[in-house]
Design a binder for this molecule. Structure first.
Ligand code: PLP
Length: 396
């Protein structure tokens, strides 16, 4: 056995279900052709970044000082970049965001790790609601914390407040919410956010310490017609926003996002310093220079995300007709139907026989379900229904 950190070794060698599906998909594509493999496994945006992104990158490379463009920015990110983002937040959400409350990071993943490492002392608890993005557990434990999982409300994928209140304890340091949600597509309403804020305010007072709310928002812009995504810092002062351009601008490979510490957070400067300090000991300083600037210039843009709503409509209707129970997503490019048998792992394994690559719900803390990642060409979503019908017929 190599003389290395056992946790790290475990994480580095663990089989990833999604990665295995991806490898399987590559093999199947070689056998039956790409058009016949319905890969709903990975959350890679299927639409390109807007033209403005590439144009801005090229223009910056041509126009900026050739040394400066590739130089380190400040550890927390370029000051002008952060000011541009703060301006956009002020305008879009009518919220007095300041540049000095932003810490530029490598995607939402980097932002979450900076928050968790900045906040947690060993053994402190972080509450997460199932179904949840599986990396939360890795990030929380990596920061020395303990994840406390609230079972899913499978009828709506909203917060089960009774279970939530039962789970809160003096050892609760933070709560992570993710709306619009991966994997369910659920969005928390204003009423839900208000209620969440009230519970956290009351419990913080009862325990005599702040409970932080970490809102993980890579899908903020991908909300379907008529659905509003409340801007959480307006409702709860002790909020840290983890934002990313991976999904809204289709830039997952550029690793760009930020942490925003809410303006009226208690001892805000110290919390910001702890986030920055965590960035320092994790080595997450001076996020990529070129794409900090590109994202700042394109901060009010999105890629053509309308395709996701089209795919959602086609799949929800089609799957329900076939006999699936699906909670209609209000955003993202995921849905989380019930599997037709209880064993979601066996169900997703069987789906492979029909060239359907879907992910078992177990990994998201919600067995008996499967995640369908419908960031695919619309014609592929349409044609997949025949494969889903065959899969359903197998179980009849
Ligand atoms: N949080 C959620 C809920 C996600 O779905 C993802 C990526 O799929 C991330 C965080 C990480 O995103 P990023 O690429 O911005 O690091």
């Amino acid at each position: 056995m190599a003389n290395v950190n056992k946790t790290a070794l475990g994480l580095g060698t663990q089989r990833s279900v999604i990665r295995e599906l991806f490898e399987f998909g590559k093999k199947r594509i070689a056998e039956v052709g790409a058009e016949n493999v319905f890969d709903f496994s990975i959350g890679n945006p299927s639409v390109p970044a807007p033209e403005m992104v590439n144009e801005t990158a090229v223009r910056l490379l041509q126009e900026m000082d050739p040394v400066l463009i590739h130089s380190y920015t400040s550890a927390q990110g370029d000051a002008q970049v952060r000011e541009k983002i703060a301006q956009s937040i002020r305008k879009r959400f009518d919220y007095p965001a300041e540049a000095d409350s932003l810490y530029m990071s490598t995607g939402a993943a980097g932002a979450l790790c900076c928050c968790l490492n900045g906040l947690l002392n060993p053994g402190e608890e972080v509450i997460v609601f199932a179904p949840f993005f599986p990396e939360y557990k890795v990030f929380i434990e990596g920061a020395g914390g303990v994840m406390k999982l609230i079972p899913a409300d499978v009828d709506a994928f909203q917060i089960d407040f009774d279970r939530f209140e039962e789970a809160l304890s003096p050892n609760t340091k933070a709560v992570i919410v993710n709306s619009p949600n991966n994997p369910s597509g659920a969005v928390y309403s204003e009423e839900t956010v208000q209620r969440l804020a009230k519970v956290l305010t009351d419990k913080s007072a009862a325990y005599g310490h702040v409970i932080y709310l970490i809102t993980d928002e890579p899908y903020r812009e991908i909300a379907f017609s008529g659905v509003k995504v409340p801007y959480v810092p307006k409702y709860y002062p002790n909020t840290l926003v983890c934002y990313s351009w991976s999904k809204s601008l289709s830039l997952p490979g550029e690793r760009m996002g930020y942490v925003q510490v809410a303006e009226d957070m208690e001892e805000k400067e110290m919390v910001y310093a702890a986030v920055a300090g965590a960035g320092r000991f994790l080595g997450y300083v001076s996020a990529p220079s070129l794409f900090q600037r590109v994202c700042a210039q394109c901060v009010d843009e999105t890629s053509d995300i309308s395709v996701y709503e089209r795919n959602k409509d086609i799949l929800v209707k089609g799957l329900r007709e076939i006999g699936f129970t699906v909670v209609e997503p209000q955003g993202t490019f995921y849905m989380f139907p019930r599997t037709l048998i209880e064993d979601d792992v066996a169900f997703c394994e069987k789906a492979k026989d029909f060239n359907l690559l879907i992910v078992p719900g177990t990994g998201f803390g919600c067995p008996g379900h499967t995640r369908i990642s419908y960031c695919v060409p619309t014609e592929r979503a349409e044609r997949s229904l025949e494969a889903f019908a065959k899969l359903a017929a197998f179980y009849r």
